[in-house]
Design a protein around this ligand. Sequence first.
Ligand code: LHQ
Length: 274
Amino acid sequence: MHVLQSLENGVLTVTLNRPEKLNALTFEMVLELAQAVEEGHANPYARVLVITGAGRGFCAGQDLAAIGVSGDGPENAGPGNASPGNAGPRNIEATIGQTYNRLILAIANGDKPVITAVNGIAAGAGANLALAGDIRVWSSAARFTEAFSSIALIPDAGGTWLLPRAVGYPKAFELAALAEVLDAKAGLELGLCERVFDAENFALEVQAYAEKIAARPAYALTLTKRAMRSGQTLTLEQSLALEARLQAQAFEDPDHKEGIAAFFEKRGAVFGKG
Ligand code: LHQ
C-alpha cells in the first residue's frame, strides 16, 4: 500500500507514500490513487479531497524502474502484470488508459473539489497530477518539471490538455520541450497554482485551507465544478444553457435558503445543515 488516507473535519487527504523514490508511481499506485479518489467522491463524510505526497517529493511521475529501458517496452506495463510478453506500444496505450486516464478523469468528473497540495518536486506525470486539481496549492519548496522530453516522451496524464489551458499553448510547448524545473514563485506567476504556503507549515496550512473550502456549500460547488469543467469544451450558448439548468438545481438546495436567510439576518451562513 503506497497510498494513505485520513479524514479530518470533512477533508479527505490522500497521500502518496513512497518517499524514498519521491513518490514515483508504479501502475499499481496509480490504480490505488484512482480508487481512493473515486471512493472519496462517494464518501458522505468527505466534503473536499486533498492529494499530496509524503516526504520531500510530491510525485516524480512514472517509476522509470518499472518500465523497460532496453527498447523492448515496459516490463510490467499492465496493472499487476509483470510479464514482458505484454510489452509493446499497444499495451502502453491500454495501460495508460486504464491507469493514468482513470485517475485524471476521477479527479475531473467527481462531484467534490479536489485540491492538489504540492509539497515538493512534481515531475512528469506527477507534474500533470499536480495540475489536475480543481485548486492547486504549492509549498514554497515545490518544484515543477514537465520531465517527459528528457526521456523522449510526450506529456501524458492530461498534460497536453491541462498545461495549455493553464499557461497558453506556446508557454506549454516551451515547458514540455525544455523540461526546465520551475520553482514555486515561477509556478504562481505562470498560473500553475493558486496559492503558495510556507514549506514549514505546509500540511497545517493545507488542512486549514481545505477546511475553508469544506465549509462552503457543497452542492453549489459540485454544480460549479460541473459547469466549469464542461465549459472547457462547450460553446458559450451551450454553457449558458447548462448554467441555467444547474442554477435551477442549486435553487432547490437547503444551503441556498440558508445563504439567503443569513444575508437578511446579517450573520454568517452555516452550510451543510439542511
Ligand atoms: C525515481 C524517479 C522515477 C524511479 C526519482 N522513477 N525512481 C511514462 C511512461 C509510461 C507510461 C506512463 O507515463 C509515463 C509518464 C511519466 O511520468 S514520464 C516521466 C517520469 N519522471 C521523470 O522522468 C523524472 C525522473 N526524476 C528526476 O528527474 C529527478 O529524480 C527529480 C527532478 C524528480 C528529483 O531530483 P532530485 O531531487 O535530485 O532527486 P533524485 O534524482 O536523487 O531522486 C531521489 C530518488 O528517487 C533516487 O533514488 P535513489 O535510490 O538513487 O536514492 C531516484 O532514482 C528516485 N527517483 N524519480 N521517476
